[in-house]
Design a protein around this ligand. Sequence first.
Ligand code: UGA
Length: 440
Amino acid sequence: MAMIALKCPNIRVTVVDVNAQRVAAWNSDQLPIYEPGLDEVVRKCRGRNLFFSTEIQKGIDENDIIFVAVNTPTKTFGHGAGCAADLQYWEKTARLIHDCAKGDKIVIEKCTLPVRTAAAMSRILHSGRTQHHFEVLSNPEFLAEGTAVADLEKPDRVLIGADATPTGQKALQTVVDIYANWIPSNRILTANVWSSELSKLAANAVLAQRVSSVNALSALCEATEADIEEVSHAVGMDSRIGQKFLKAGVGFGGSCFKKDILNLVYLCGSYNLHEAAEYWRQVVVINDWQQDRFVANILHAMFNTVADKRIAVLGFAFKADTGDTRESPAIRVSRMLVEEHAQVVVCDPQALGNARHDLADLGDRVLFETDPYKAALDADAVAVLTDWTCFRELDYARVYAGMRQPAFLFDGRNCVDHAALYELGFNVYAIGKPARSHLA
Ligand code: UGA
């Protein structure tokens, strides 16, 4: 919304939310999320044509176009628990729009939803005594965290789905015209509503599948002395495949991939497409397995015990350049290490607040430290779990000097210089590569 406000000075954008604390943060100098470049965008438009407010009913009433971006987490209860999307916030919003609207509205699904959810929205909006016309469109978001501003400024594509009816097509043109303010027309795709909804789930599933494919291969590399970076480079050089999203690691995290794939799994199942459901489920299974494997490798390398050993976890965010820890592999890895009675010390430049919350129940088995050198002091092992630049650029001689011997380094992101670390004395274990160990 901030980007729309920036690029379309003639459009007034009001963001409304139930959470007063968050709205206050959006109105302050300390935005509630860390996203490189976002502060500047917000600073340029806030108070001009970008407003943050808790007045939801007024927001609905006063605006012609409503983007619905409420959360749709995986259901934790009842039918479809652990797989289906929890649509309660979505439905409540639909009812709120129905009750507050005093005129016709274009309602846009911005959050990721199961296919055909727009139909349910439309039915709720047109129920009862309403005199108004609501046109429901789908406009999924493809930005990635950490690169959101760049992704919004120059998206690969914007996708807008609408009904083929005259009112649907008119609303579609209105939304296309907004994006046309800064996005070339050949990157603005239009589709029917169902294709648009499904494309979002499909894009995330295919991206995550690439990561799981390469991670599955990484295990085979470790067993055969092949090197996953050489393999993925050779595979990615095929122009039909491409280099991106073929980086092996400790597994994908983030609020979207797992949730969206499980959503797809559930959808396939509910249409009785069980083989297709299983196919996609394996993407998640491999991802969990990759994390388990990482911990198993740590245990094995450290003489099958980490009890009372100090392990510095460098990086807790699910990827670099974000403080977001949702579904971060670091959560599962840290928990498993604590189960093995290790003393875990978590270090991250942006995610320590979230990490404290995620691991709150583990008590003093987990410590939190902003300084990586202090985190690694007296540690038996360092595990790199997020590819932050600051961890690549550490003075590893200094890290090594402070550690207990033998010193182990487990690179869950293949992001540090393994040969150099080995020369310093570290026993280095990376993903999908032969181990570099000084121990016989
Ligand atoms: C993802 C998609 O990339 C976006 O296009 C989509 O809009 C977004 O979900 C969403 O649905 O909102 P995001 O979750 O922010 O974006 O992050 P990604 O850059 O996709 O990374 C996801 C995870 O995969 C990270 O943990 C990352 O470290 C991991 N990954 C990524 C790898 O392990 N290897 C790779 O080669 C690429």
